[in-house]
Design a protein around this ligand. Sequence first.
Ligand SMILES: [Zn+2]
Length: 267
Amino acid sequence: MRLIDTHCHLDFDAYDAVRDSIVREAAEAGVTRIINPGTDLARSRAAVGLADAYPGVYAAVGIHPNSTADFDEPMLDALREMAAHPKVIAIGEIGLDYYRDNSPRAQQWRAFEAQLALAADLGLPVIIHNREASDDVLDILAAWTPTLPGALRDRPGVLHSFSAPQSAAERGLAIGFYLGFTGPVTFKKADDLRRIAARVPLDRVLVETDGPFLTPEPRRGRWPNKPAYVRYIAERVAALHTLPDDAFAAQTTANAERLFALPTPAD
Ligand SMILES: [Zn+2]
């Protein structure tokens, strides 16, 4: 089973002592590609560094809503410079987070809209973080997608670690977004989320670990989560679609290659 972990914070300290072995273990498990999103300027730079260091690692650069308190124009310029790297395949993770209040909402909006404009300008898809902010996130995205160049219209981005209501899934899908599923889709009490995952069109599903967080069943509770575990998420979503694991893996891998314009490996 060949899979892409479309969202793992490989640059986080949790991996410092084990990064090489975790990347190797992932490759041995068929997870030969990992996308490392940025969360602030330093972490975006670290993600680009890891993309340089590991052939299968790709980076996204962006300022996470919780880190937008001091967002300013020079930060946007720095992101633009980093995004020129050939292995930067998206702007992210960006969005709104009303669960934590590290940054005032007006500032989160400002940073979100500025980074969406940057993505449109650069022709890159976006990786969206949404926590308890579905209405505002989707209003902003619905206003943004019509401004996109044609090549991005059918691959604007992913609603990462999807955990919002069905209505938000429908709004996101209607404007071309993919939905990313993480460990919670395997959790015992997540029937609502599984109902959503079961209804997402197969050509819009991504799997991701969001490592080091959200370790899936049957490894829930282990720290850190890691890319090799993305198979547990894939197997669970495959079953919801009553598809064989291999067929589902091929489909979701093709989805990630299309969304992020990743080169298809030669094998
Ligand atoms: Zn994340």
